[in-house]
Design a protein around this ligand. Structure first.
Ligand SMILES: [Zn+2]
Length: 58
């Protein structure tokens, strides 16, 4: 199972991996900005968008 956290504005993937991490951790790594569209992200206002990507497990 893969978790993906995406920018709400442009849909760029900010984090994807097997571990569910807190918004704070994810945003810190990307310096609180979206790498693609540059929108400023804060943990408080950031709605984590988690996609459980369908893998081989059902
Ligand atoms: Zn973006």
């Amino acid at each position: 199972m893969t978790y993906e956290v995406a920018c709400r504005k442009c849909g760029a993937t900010l984090y994807s991996g097997f571990e569910l991490r807190s918004p704070e951790d994810i945003l810190r790594v990307s310096e609180y900005r979206c790498k693609r569209c540059g929108v400023k992200l804060t943990a408080q206002r950031f709605d984590v968008h988690i996609r459980k990507l369908d893998g081989t497990f059902t």
